[in-house]
Design a protein around this ligand. Structure first.
Ligand code: SF4
Length: 234
């Protein structure tokens, strides 16, 4: 793949950095070749200021058609696991490392293809911009592609999963992608794999809640201190 095919998303970022501006600008991104065959960009769901951000790999067939992340079969597993971890889907920010669907055709079917490292790198400026706007306390990498984008290096899920680590001033937790769980649906290992996934989400949610509470406490203490200083100065 020639470099000119993947100039990167940086030049397509908007001047205004809020989620509506990012979502609108991403629709016109030509940072790599994936926009050509996909139906549309699939940016994210969720609000700025959400403490817990989940990063997946790329939109799948269903997401590509609907324009929303995690609305296909893997999304249903994620919804179930979030519920079992006591997390509302509306309380997380959901996005992907790569914003367009990569696939190849087999007859009438579109078969998912893992994004190349070049796609992950080209698309990374969108994720970096989302970090700046959403300012999550904890970022969960769902699978190796998300880990590669968030941590900027190859990630081995089996070795790193479930542990909180600090990277670029953020708490990051790596876990499996729900589509990997989907493949285990009728396997004897399903229960253990699913429970481990729920446990990882619980760990991340607890850490995000702790960090958000700490930040609120610090802001309150600072405001109280400033008010006291103003009274003293009067
Ligand atoms: S995958 Fe990312 S970098 Fe490539 S065209 Fe889509 S939004 Fe741009």
């Amino acid at each position: 793949m020639a470099d000119e095919e993947r100039p990167g998303a940086e030049r397509f970022l908007p001047a205004g950095r809020d989620l509506p501006a990012l979502r609108a600008a991403a629709a016109g991104c030509r940072g790599c070749e994936l926009y050509r065959d996909a139906t549309q960009v699939v940016f994210s769901s969720g609000r700025a200021g959400t403490p817990l951000m989940l990063v997946g790999e790329q939109p799948g067939d269903r997401e590509d058609i609907e324009g929303e992340p995690f609305v296909g079969p893997a999304g249903r597993i994620l919804d179930q696991a979030l519920g079992d971890a006591g997390i509302q889907r509306t309380d997380v920010y959901l996005t992907n490392a790569v914003k367009h669907f990569r696939f190849h055709r087999q007859g009438k079917r579109r078969i998912h293809e893992k994004p190349a490292v070049g796609n992950i790198v080209a698309c990374h400026p969108w994720l970096e911009a989302e970090f700046g706007v959403v300012r999550p306390r904890v970022v969960v990498c769902l699978g190796a592609t998300a880990g590669r984008s968030v941590l900027g290096r190859a990630v081995r899920i089996g070795e790193e999963r479930g542990k909180l680590q600090e990277a670029d001033g953020r708490s990051v937790l790596v876990t499996t992608h729900p589509s990997a769980l989907l493949r285990l649906r009728d396997d004897p290992g399903w229960d253990a794999a699913y429970d481990a996934f729920v446990a990882d989400l619980e760990t991340a949610a607890r850490a995000a809640a702790r960090a958000a509470a700490r930040a609120t406490g610090e802001a309150t203490a600072q405001a109280t201190g400033e008010a006291a200083a103003e009274r003293a100065a009067d």
